[in-house]
Ligand binder design. Structure first.
Ligand code: 15L
Length: 265
């Protein structure tokens, strides 16, 4: 498939770009930053929050699908979070309609349900329960994807990613880890699943201590191969581990992240 991949210069973007190219896909990169050294495909240096720049990128070549990974990966004020996650998604969805592109894979986050108390496995029928304004942005972006799926028949898979890291480094990561290889498997499954409509999957590896249900992902063809448990003996406990295990969003659900929604002069 020929895929427009936003955030292609970022930490997830670079890994997913290489992984999809290895699997025979063609990547058109889009990022506010220039292409990383060694990237040889088409590249658009642009901000996804700018609808005209996004339309220009779509007009430059035909596309089969979009993988939307761009966005500030951390907590911020509400206005910035809405721009980073919702406005960017809106610009892409409108450009998709204008250019008859009908598949988008979205990098949502576990923080869309992060304030869910840690008890049972959380599945795709969990109510939105963000732990931060970052999480609110992800919930709202998912809602927009759902609206476009219902109105226009777009296929939109929201991947609620756990902790995308080379290896797990904390006790929480033993539950939340998404390995680089599984991250590529997840995106490819979401790109190629037959007629998913709007769907949610949890982007974690096949962790023995998983906090989220892998069944929705498996139904779309995502078969994770790695397990954070392999690192368990090497991970030292920290005083904050218990607090981080109270809610599935871990540290983002703690009081240290409380802040006013709007920045004031
Ligand atoms: C995320 O969605 C964030 O982008 C990342 O910074 C981590 O906080 C990760 O979730 C996580 O929960 O470990």
């Amino acid at each position: 498939m020929k895929v427009l991949l936003t955030g292609a210069a970022g930490s997830i973007g670079q890994v997913v770009t290489l992984g999809l190219i290895d699997r025979g896909h063609e990547i058109v990169g889009l990022d506010r930053l220039p292409a990383p050294d060694g990237f040889e495909g088409a590249w658009h240096t642009a901000d996804c929050a700018d609808p005209d720049a996004v339309l220009d990128a779509f007009a430059a070549q035909p596309l089969d699908a979009v993988v939307h990974l761009a966005g500030h990966p951390d907590e911020a004020g509400l206005t910035d979070s809405l721009t980073s996650h919702v406005v960017t998604t809106a610009a892409l969805l409108d450009a998709m309609l204008a250019h008859q592109v009908d598949r988008i894979v979205y990098a949502s986050s576990n923080h869309a349900v992060g304030r869910t108390p840690r008890r049972d496995l959380v599945s795709d029928d969990a109510l939105p329960r963000p732990d931060t304004f970052y999480g609110v942005g992800k919930v709202a972006a998912e809602a927009l994807l759902h609206l476009y799926a219902d109105r226009y028949g777009i296929d939109a898979v929201a991947c609620r990613i756990g902790s995308f890291l080379p290896e797990p480094t904390t006790v929480r990561n033993l539950s939340t880890w998404l390995s680089h290889d599984d991250g590529v498997r997840m995106v490819e499954a979401a790109l190629t699943a037959t007629a998913p409509g709007f769907a949610v999957l949890y982007g974690i590896s096949a962790n023995t201590r998983a906090w989220w249900d892998l069944a929705p992902g498996r139904a779309l063809g995502y078969e994770p191969q790695d397990d954070a448990e392999h690192w368990a003996d090497r991970i030292a406990g920290r005083p904050e581990d218990d607090a981080e295990a109270a809610h599935v969003g871990g540290p983002f659900a703690l009081e240290q992240f409380y802040r006013p929604a709007l920045d004031r002069r």
